[in-house]
Ligand binder design. Structure first.
Ligand SMILES: Cc1cc2nc3c(=O)[nH]c(=O)nc-3n(C[C@H](O)[C@H](O)[C@H](O)COP(=O)(O)O)c2cc1C
Length: 202
């Protein structure tokens, strides 16, 4: 019975299109693991990614291409499908997840700045959005960052609070690691599945 329920939940989510924004944090190394969870456990099949220029510089696009099956979009000209990248990607997405989200991304998003593909797509998209900030403890504690997070919540974005973890750069335990993203992403996906159905191949 429980197995049937899982199967039908996975079937409902199989057609949901997840657009994934990856910012310039070392925690971008979590992408393959999160991708495996999305595909293997949750059952999402349609995943496209947008990497910021800094994410591209830190980790390159190949690992993301390998695990999602598609090259990430970073530069405007990476988008090949016709039209403007942010409009096309925003229209395509049923859910937008930004993980990891940098302090820089939070600031731009909170102020409506759209100076790259990811931030422009955030404004163009009309789907549920989940934002998972990751940064060191000092950055996370700054009033400017807190203000931006509060603003983003007020604007209707779901924020995944970072949790304590071992800093990848400092090696000590501190707040700012990737938080418990699964419940927020799962609920955004369920919301999206209820809102959208895509005819075969569209
Ligand atoms: C190795 C490395 C790791 C970084 N990790 C983070 C991080 O976890 N969180 C963060 O907010 N900024 C981090 N930064 C700083 C951002 O990369 C920087 O603010 C950049 O402008 C963010 O650009 P983006 O938001 O367009 O990706 C890191 C920088 C470097 C060089």
């Amino acid at each position: 019975m429980a197995e049937n329920a899982t199967t039908s939940a996975q079937q409902a989510l199989a057609g949901v299109r997840l657009l994934w924004g990856v910012c310039g944090s070392f925690s971008a190394v979590a992408v393959p693991h999160v991708n495996a969870w999305l595909r293997g456990t949750v059952g999402v099949q349609e995943i496209r990614t947008v990497m910021t220029t800094q994410a591209h510089a830190l980790m390159g696009p190949r690992m993301i291409e390998a695990v999602t099956g598609h090259m990430p979009v970073t530069a405007w000209e990476d988008h090949k499908g016709g039209g403007a990248a942010h409009v096309a990607l925003g229209a395509w997405a049923d859910v937008l997840v930004v993980l990891p989200a940098t302090a820089n991304f939070l600031a731009k998003a909170a102020h409506g700045i759209a100076d790259d593909v990811l931030t422009a797509t955030l404004l163009a998209a009309e789907c549920p959005v989940v934002i998972a900030p990751v940064m060191n403890a000092a950055m996370w504690s700054k009033p400017a960052v807190r203000r931006n997070v509060d603003q983003l919540r007020e604007d209707g974005y779901q924020i995944v609070e970072p949790k304590d973890g071992i800093s990848l750069t400092e090696g000590r335990r501190e707040p700012g690691s990737l938080g418990d993203f699964q419940p927020a992403i799962s609920s955004a996906l369920v919301q999206a599945a209820a809102r959208h159905t895509h005819p075969q191949g569209q």
